[in-house]
Design a protein. Sequence first.
Lengths: 494, 494
Amino acid sequence: MTEPLRYSQSRPAALTQVPRWDYEADIIVLGFGAAGACTALEAARAGARVLLVESAAGSGGTSALSGGEIYLGGGGGTPIQRAAGFEDATEDLYRYLLMVGGPNADAAKARRYADGSLAHFEWLSAQGIEYKNSYIAERCIEPSTDDCLIWSGSEEAWPFVAQAKPAPRGHCPKFLGMGGGRYVMDVLTRRVVEAGVQVLYNARALALVTDGARDVHGLVLRSEGAERFARARRAVVLCAGGFVMNRDMVRQHAPFLLRSQFPLGTVDDGSGILLGASAGGAMMNMSEGFVTIPWYPPGSMVKGIFVNDRGQRFINEDCYHGRVSNYILRQGGDRIWLLQDHATFAMGEMQTLAKMEIGAAGETWEEVERELQLPEDSLAATVRLYNHYAAQGTDPLFHKAAKWLKPLNEPPYVAIDCRIDHCFYASFTLGGLDSLPTGEVVDADRQPIGGLFAAGRTTCGLPRWGEGYSSGLSLADATFFGREAGRRAATSSR
Amino acid sequence: MTEPLRYSQSRPAALTQVPRWDYEADIIVLGFGAAGACTALEAARAGARVLLVESAAGSGGTSALSGGEIYLGGGGGTPIQRAAGFEDATEDLYRYLLMVGGPNADAAKARRYADGSLAHFEWLSAQGIEYKNSYIAERCIEPSTDDCLIWSGSEEAWPFVAQAKPAPRGHCPKFLGMGGGRYVMDVLTRRVVEAGVQVLYNARALALVTDGARDVHGLVLRSEGAERFARARRAVVLCAGGFVMNRDMVRQHAPFLLRSQFPLGTVDDGSGILLGASAGGAMMNMSEGFVTIPWYPPGSMVKGIFVNDRGQRFINEDCYHGRVSNYILRQGGDRIWLLQDHATFAMGEMQTLAKMEIGAAGETWEEVERELQLPEDSLAATVRLYNHYAAQGTDPLFHKAAKWLKPLNEPPYVAIDCRIDHCFYASFTLGGLDSLPTGEVVDADRQPIGGLFAAGRTTCGLPRWGEGYSSGLSLADATFFGREAGRRAATSSR
């Protein structure tokens, strides 16, 4: 048995034991990623005195590692959607958000976001985030140019297309190349500073401070080598990311993510979630995670088919790369191949990044099958069935759309090795604290905990189901519900 | 916003607010199933004054719904294993327990159980639970006779057989017919009464009582229409089952179980887990669950093959029925068939209970395929490949053992409909509070919470992974770690 820790993120410090207050503010925001920035900004603009606490030496968090893409639409479409010829009804966005939320979707958050997304685009632009009026029709993950609008989810793929009219909704900032998240965070950071938010860098949260009624009154911090006590007159807002870097938590809640050797995050040590839970906040969807191998572009790769180590197909390959990858991780074995023929084969930068390599090649599929040491007529039968129906423009087993169907019948044939224990499978967690659309953290009875709010990956937000995740949802959720939390917290009282 | 509840299982009541103590004991045990009975028994025998609180009007809990089977072995084998010709080394039991625990197995609990299982068998016998010295070699789920020893897991199936020498370890009590769990609980209940445990029936736990340091001091109860306050001088032990009957919790943590329309439980409303979490107890493996369609006996059914709605096989059919069913629920669609030929087909009572019906029949597999409206040469190709290798005594895709391999080539052929939305798929949850082998409930730092213990389904115990579950593990865990918790709690101090 180890000594009990003096302070712990999973055990609140008692208000009566706080020796002094080193800091005081109306609102204390923990974490300076996109959620924390938007929370702080709106709270400060609503008149609150805001202290923003960040464990790193600068702003950005995991948001700055992203492409800066934000999932936006509805209300007939953003100006950029409309210019590209897409009308995007609020109800289509809403239905899509419900679908991507999976069996435990949060209808209230989806409703609020669908209704407010168009105005949110205007707000983001008003902060100074620039968007080029342009659209990329070609399937991609993130533009290498400074273009804006892309297809960033499974909107056109079965089963989503059957329930919501598709539109491209990924809005990338006007930033040349990958990594627009840093640009977005730089813009938001300037606004935060201008708004008079006090920022405390290099400060780690050790524990929440609660009273006998479980209401939250502040934080115990470690800053400049000492314990500091920070009082929040109105509320603490947890915007401290997910838990993908806390491998113990991943093992306890989402062990399938351990198979991904590339967790995407900065700190993401679960501290926001643990702190919230320590005050009674309910955790939800903790087993859900995003995982992906970036196996396209080029788009022609989508005309290939994935097979598992039994030579079986398992998904319509025209859906979002993260959905395909989620299914890959359920196949049991580590070996996965993407089959291509001479006409569809095209490997480039993305496949190099993904560490995808040719695993076998042959003049017949039987030859490929033998080279992969698969049982006789396993993989070959799979291709034969696929080709038979693809020639008729249908995919009765998995419903891949006709535009991606082409018989794989032009030799030579290749099986591209996508094995899980070797290739680049990136991941992050999707579970977190249950919260209301206002940002209030709730307990298992859905009762708000006094003085406690959260936003972004620390919560279980719009992105909460690995099968449904679409690019841009995380920043959409972080920025939009961060704003909501900031506005609400600024006028809250315990 | 609803009014905050006066008392809530997810919000501890403050010790300072307790108006009086209506009950006082050294140990308060919540829940009179197998875990609670064994906890109370050992605590009382260690000299503690014990109050056992049960929400129903009698003892039993969900344990009484079970077959009464307990997973036992190691140490060279129980007398019954040895009489049947099985030596069962402790290390084989340990390795099997580690495997069935999955990626987040608890090595400390597995070790403790493997080392203590043989003595535990003696203890159970000494309580008066009778075991007949007999063995059933035939594959079954639960004996319809009063026989004892059965194969109750995946011990002989791939991949388990490759890592631990198999032995039958399911010990069923000497009780004629199904439902031996009631018999086991009747015996334990008599011992509990004899030991002088005070039992309070029809009493529901409203909240834990904690002090400022988060230590647990008792429970707020609802009994005889009024709030009652029960003081635990040493500890509260939560033995209140799982959460399968709390459909909100299931949706938030293990939504795949919503597809099972037959949750197995009595109360199992998650109250034990919520109470523990309210005092800072960490929850684990909450997404894991057991699910099963009882598709055998007769054992000849195992010679058939399961296919999903794409006509694909997905598992070696010779593993435990719950493992097969866990894979069934991952196949996406609702339609699942069990294919049999004239030689292997045998439907009986169990299949009637399971609501399995013939979905299609034909003189050729192509005919069956057409009748099921599956794409051309999907199911037929699957059977062809299976038969080809089965004739050679191998199953290169799924590693079914040779004794179950027989080409399905004797017409007529049938596809037995096992669809999820129609058939009897029973389920229960496997996630719960993290605890030490001593029963101490721990927080996310694995620090024990003063005055709080738990056992049985309320904890994340030996059975914690749907793919690995084996019959008898739940009662093994509940009785063994209930005893540990009782002994430890009896001498504990905050």
